[in-house]
Design a protein around this ligand. Structure first.
Ligand SMILES: [Zn+2]
Ligand SMILES: [Zn+2]
Length: 361
């Protein structure tokens, strides 16, 4: 631990230009500004969004990473709710607390989510952007103090890290975005990290049946372990859902892959009053066609979902507690663990599990 207020030498996973392989770079991380904290990272997950950034990041060069946890190393002026030495989870979307949406208690629609007041990571004197105001694939990250939530002692580092995106997004999509109700019949297209968490969320909401639709056989088995009541290949989904719902269709469908073909299948599988939640990020130029007349007369909805519509300071502590208590089997998402120095080579190497988790030195 260094003295407060000093710039620190650090290592970061940096994407230099679109289409390039991300690589580790020596960087300087500034001390936190007023209302900010600097976190020494302990563990971080590699989310699909980090990989997608290599083609569609809004700006480069950029420090990747947005799903992680660590220890508060020092705090900026005016921070009194967080202390150095506390294990914390990072939220990647931090509401401002003062805009019209935040005042309406709809902070998931915040008009000005918070990052640091100025860039805090530099390389060779040049400021680097950080992905999703986080950039936690770096040995140190500076974030607003509102972006950190204490982690219960019983929850391991790698498990806690995955609450920051996969669990928050998936469980939030079920409980917050869609408000799945007891007795609902739910379909989930895609059973990766986020899709598994959607299944867990639907189960927590006492959904009556949960159909996981997934191309990969091993992931179908995982979905059953997470609480899905049926799991099938996309080609079989229509028939399985017709059987499970006795022809009524789904109350809530989640598309977690970002494929318009799957979204269209999910619209077709909706029942009267059904809602499709778009969780997966489609390509920026993708389009979805569906029959609006049927959709209108069946009183259906399609809703977009960012970060599970969670309110980080309210919902993340609850999700961390549910994971610590074993109600959400977050450890099952960990497909492999790698050291930070191993990460660039590991990114291009497939593995059998769901998430790659980085352990920092
Ligand atoms: Zn993510
Ligand atoms: Zn706001």
């Amino acid at each position: 631990v260094s003295a407060n207020g000093r710039p620190l030498a650090a290592r970061a996973l940096v994407l230099d230009r679109h289409g390039a392989e991300p690589s580790l770079a020596d960087v300087i991380v500034d001390p936190p500004g007023p209302g900010e904290v600097r976190v020494r990272m302990l563990a971080a997950g590699v989310c699909h969004t980090d990989l997608a950034a290599t083609r569609d990041a809004r700006t480069v060069p950029i420090v990747l990473g947005h799903e992680g946890m660590g220890v508060v190393e020092c705090v900026g002026a005016g921070v009194d709710g967080v202390r150095a030495g506390t294990r914390v989870l990072l939220a990647w979307k931090t509401p401002c607390g003062s805009c019209r949406r935040c005042a309406q208690q709809r902070s998931h629609l915040c008009e000005s989510p918070q990052g640091t007041a100025a860039p805090r990571v530099h390389r060779d004197g040049i400021a680097l952007a950080v992905l999703l105001d986080t950039g936690c694939l770096c040995t140190f990250a500076v974030v607003p103090s509102n972006a950190v939530v204490p982690v219960p002692d019983e929850l391991g580092d790698a498990e806690a890290a995955l609450v920051g995106c996969a669990v928050a997004t998936g469980v939030g999509a079920a409980l917050r975005t869609a408000s799945v109700e007891a007795g609902d019949v739910v379909g989930v297209w895609g059973a990766g990290g986020v899709g598994s968490a959607v299944v867990a969320g639907a189960r927590l909401a006492l959904a009556d049946a949960i159909v996981a639709v997934e191309i990969d056989r091993a992931r179908r088995a995982d979905a059953l372990a997470w609480g899905a009541t049926a799991a099938c290949h996309p080609d079989e989904a229509a028939a399985v859902i017709a059987e499970v719902t006795r022809g009524r269709g789904l109350d809530v469908a989640f598309e977690v892959v970002g494929e318009p073909g799957l979204m269209a299948a999910a619209v077709d599988a909706l029942g009267v009053g059904g809602t499709l939640v778009l969780v997966g990020a489609a390509a920026r130029d993708a389009e979805l066609a569906f029959a609006p007349r049927r959709f209108m007369s069946r009183q259906q909805r399609i809703v977009g979902c960012i970060y599970g519509s969670v309110r980080p300071r309210v919902d993340l502590p609850v999700l961390l507690d549910l994971c610590a208590a074993g109600a959400i089997p977050v450890g099952d998402l960990i497909g492999r663990e790698v050291s930070f120095e191993e990460l660039p080579a590991a990114l291009g190497r497939p593995h059998g599990g769901i998430r790659t988790v980085v352990r920092f030195p």
